[in-house]
Unconditional design. Structure first.
Length: 562
């Protein structure tokens, strides 16, 4: 069944998006997580990922053109499938805006039902009519917004409103934990909160319906029930399409739990599970053959994967009394093996995905340099005697890098496939470790700010990170990144480039070192730095020249003040 890919709302103020670049072409196979296109919004250029699987049948927006939010930009389906009826149906819909009715977009339950329908051998039956139930006129759905360019889902920490409450356009409806921070969801709709679709403590994917707002007394039950029951009715269709698989658990010698799985979820040597369930099980590292299906005929569906808890290893049977002639065991067990599976947070998932892409797509090379910090130590002491804010060594490094980037613009860019983007502005990201991973707040126009200004801004950003109050615009837009582990007594290390940058500087601790001075020896303070470079956009000599300039500034900090 062909499905439309629509322009998502990537920021709370976005009304349309411009296709900067397509990464797929008509005829290509795509799967969930694939990068489809780069989209320029009113705030930033972001990556548009696919949530669908199949063949790209149609691209409706050319590179450089804009399309309104919710407009069709592409269609995915089976190879050779006729997608034109979908476009004709779209033309009949009222244009967005004014008093036009807001039509519901497919939610996660409908996507699961479609995925299960495609699994069937015969898919020529008409879709269930409940999937076409429309939202009552005047009611507006509130969807999980995309709060950062890397966000795929959000967790509802708490609801600030309850069903029946009056809400204004600028009211905070809920607090949502993303992969970066905890932020407020503003509904931008006025009326009465008619429905809450995600309980506190649970997650929803970007664009999933989380609430409905409208006129007081508006009945949205039919629409909500259609979303809830569509997959169950779909399973009922399957049940009528094929013979029931009878259980033979009584004759199976296997343990009861495995017998139920084997007889109800396995048919002809094939595990019966929806594509969505298989994908979730693979992501969670679960052996899907151990799951007992609750769908029709023992079919494994999404809820079975979500609720599955691995069975504890069977305890060894008590040993029977040994015969008199049997010797005693030479040892006794003194411990018990065990482990704990820690679910990955949205932040950890994003770190794994983004840095994995960076490490394996960008050819890294590394340049290490030793910098004498004697003058920096003395200068910092003098600066802090008059500075309104305490300047750290990391602030000195940020300032030195920013000024060096001004002289070496080739380092201040990013690889874009067909071209290299060379940024004229200098925004320095400074990596900060948090409990779930790390966040990179950005010092904007760092080359134009004084050391005290950098110190104040960095301190405020770090505090927001610790309190999970940092906003998307404060951790996006970096053109170069600094990662400092010196305060943790690390001598030197290599860092993975922070996309879309072309380089990152890893900063180690300042250490005393004995060096030859004149006819004798003396102690000096040195700091090792290692720059990771993307060889697609930075050559070795270019990176080395940049590091020499950074070294010059740090070894004589007064040059950064004039």
């Amino acid at each position: 069944m062909a499905e439309a890919i629509r322009m998502p709302r990537m920021s709370d103020t976005m009304t349309e998006g411009v296709i900067v670049e397509w990464h797929k072409k008509v005829g290509d196979k795509i799967k969930p997580g694939d990068l489809l296109a780069d989209v320029e919004t009113d705030k930033a250029t972001m990556e548009l990922e696919s949530y669908n699987e199949g063949t790209l049948l149609y691209i409706g927006v050319e590179k450089g053109q804009s399309v309104p939010v919710e407009g069709i930009i592409a269609i995915v389906g089976k190879k050779g499938e006729d997608y034109k009826p979908l476009l004709e149906e779209e033309k009949k819909k009222p244009t967005p805006g004014g008093n036009a009715e807001v039509l519901p977009k497919k939610d996660a339950n409908e996507e699961k039902a479609i995925a299960e329908k495609q699994e069937k051998q015969s898919d020529n039956k008409p879709a269930d009519v409940t999937q076409n139930v429309e939202l009552p006129k005047g009611a507006k759905v509130i969807r999980m917004p995309l709060m950062s360019d890397t966000m795929t889902e959000g967790k509802i920490i708490q609801w600030n409103k309850k069903v029946g409450d009056k809400v204004k356009a600028d009211d905070s409806l809920a607090e949502v934990e993303t992969d970066k921070a905890t932020m407020d969801v503003v509904g931008y709709e006025e009326g009465t909160l008619l429905y809450i679709g995600v309980e506190a403590g649970k997650s929803a994917k970007v664009n999933d319906i989380i609430a409905i707002v409208g006129k007081e007394g508006t009945d949205v039950k039919a629409f909500v029930e259609a979303q809830k029951h569509a997959p169950q009715e779909q399973q009922a269709e399957e049940k009528s399409a094929g013979p029931e698989v009878k259980s033979t658990a009584q004759s199976s010698p296997a343990p009861q739990q495995n017998a139920a799985v084997e007889t109800s979820s396995v048919e002809g040597g094939r595990i019966k599970a929806s594509p969505l369930a298989k994908k979730l099980a693979e992501e969670k590292g679960i052996d899907i053959s151990q799951i007992q299906g609750s769908g029709d005929g023992g079919r494994i569906v999404k809820r079975d994967v979500d609720s599955f808890v691995p069975a504890a290893a069977p305890k060894p049977e008590a040993q029977k009394p040994a015969a008199a002639a049997q010797p005693l065991q030479p040892f006794t067990q003194i411990g018990q093996e065990g482990y704990e599976d820690i679910p990955n947070t949205p932040m950890r998932k994003t770190i794994a995905r983004r840095l994995g892409e960076s490490k394996f797509q960008a050819p890294h090379f590394y340049l290490t340099m030793e910098i004498n910090m004697d003058n920096a130590i003395a200068s910092r002491k003098s600066i802090n005697e008059i500075s309104p804010a305490k300047v750290s060594f990391n602030d000195l490094v940020i300032k030195a890098c920013a000024m060096a980037l001004r002289q070496h613009p080739a380092v201040n860019g990013s690889w874009r496939g067909d071209f290299i983007r060379r940024n004229k502005h200098i925004h320095i990201g400074s990596a900060v470790a948090v409990a779930d991973g790390l966040i990179v707040p950005v010092i904007r126009f760092a080359d134009q700010k004084s050391l005290s200004q950098i110190a104040v801004e960095a301190s405020q950003l770090y505090e927001k990170v610790r309190n999970k109050k940092i906003q998307p615009e404060e951790f996006s837009g970096n053109t170069f990144t600094v990662s400092n582990l010196g305060m943790m007594d690390i001598d030197e290390f290599t860092a993975i480039i922070n996309p879309p940058d072309s380089a990152i500087l890893a900063v180690g601790a300042i250490k005393e070192k004995v060096v030859k001075k004149g006819d004798g020896f003396a102690v000096t303070n040195v700091m090792k730095v290692t720059m990771s470079c993307d060889h697609r956009s930075i050559d070795g000599a270019v990176g080395a020249a940049f590091l020499q300039t950074v070294k010059k500034y740090l070894e004589n900090p007064v040059t950064m003040l004039v």
